[in-house]
Design a protein around this ligand. Sequence first.
Ligand code: GLN
Length: 454
Amino acid sequence: EAYISAIEAANGALNAYVAVTPDKARAMAKASDERIAKGEAGALEGIPLGIKDLFATEGVHTQACSHILDKFEPRYESTVTSNLWSAGAVMLGKLNMDEFAMGSSNETSYYGPVKNPWRKTGSNVDLVPGGSSGGSAAAVAAHLCAGATATDTGGSIRQPAAFTGTVGIKPTYGRCSRWGIAAFASSLDQAGPIARDVKDAAILLKTMASTDAKDTTSVDRDVPDYEAAVGRSVKGLKIGIPKEYRVERMPEEIEALWQKGIEWLKDAGAEIVDVSLPHTKYALPAYYIVAPAEASSNLARYDGVRYGLRVPGENIADMYEKTRAAGFGREVKRRIMIGTYVLSAGYYDAYYLKAQKVRTLIKRDFETVYADGIDALLTPATPSAAFGIADQDMASDPVKMYLNDIFTVTVNMAGLPGLAVPGGLSQDGLPLGLQLIGRPFDEETLFSVGSAIE
Ligand code: GLN
């Protein structure tokens, strides 16, 4: 009831939820009470969560914040959310996001931008919460849920977590099932939690993660007790500092944040080692070929026939055209066009195939560093703090917006786990985040090191 009233009071201003489900929440909470009374409480019994609109939730608003999925309510439940409900969690509603998870500011949503609950000290200018999981991050930061689900294709969990002072983890590719999550770029997409602290993130991920016959890329591996890793000593761990992340024109406060993180980990007994990931500079351009290529293929299914919006036309081709023209927003159309271009005959080898080769080199960079005994890497999560809604620079130049992902995309390209953890405040009083990158399937080390930082 406290969360439902908090949503009623604050959502009008923040726009974090696109659908609120109080009746469902109350029914689920009642069932929780009964299980608790019988001594059958699950791992997340009674915990109220918000769900990113990308996850299919049976009979509930699921539109990836796109007009093309107008009024779509699936008859099935995503594996990740099923896992949460089986453990007793309670659903409060669906959270705003960039349309089909394409964006870094939550401004591409059909439902309008989300406001960051944080503002600069002494300022009343509204800021973005980051994206694409902007609703998830804002809702957690503003206490409109105890935790939230999110997804990350190039940074969409870690960047909004950094912009809102919350904790987010993108686990290793394959750790969570992608079944029932609207596909953006299937080889990069992963689900993960956004939570108030490292321990909550560990508890949520333990339930979200599973192997699943319905997603052949999910991995058949036991899910470790992530919670037990929280607070574990980091003494003797080798933490790599990749020199290529010291990018040009990096703001001083980001540099200072990184240095602070290094000092904290040294004080906690970790060994700091300078390392090199030489192909880092190619990650962003390669990502913005691979991700749109996969998106253009995945989004071909929205044709006005199967679900959501249909704009009538003179014949079927006309109907497709009118539906897709009306249903997709500008950014999604831009991705479909880039993707179609780089996959087309004559350009495939020059762009798509080249980007895939670069991806292999990026992955090898990490393998080399880990083979040298590095346990995890420490970097800033983002190149800046949260920026203003409708920032002129970014609105006029999509590449400026894409640069937000400079520290996060490599992790998706290599399939590795990445954790964003708050590292303090900027000079203007805004949260700044640090990123920890781990070995494949070693989320535990990230939770240990993350808890030493927070
Ligand atoms: N900002 C990146 C993009 O627009 C990443 C989004 C994501 O991780 N879903 O593609």
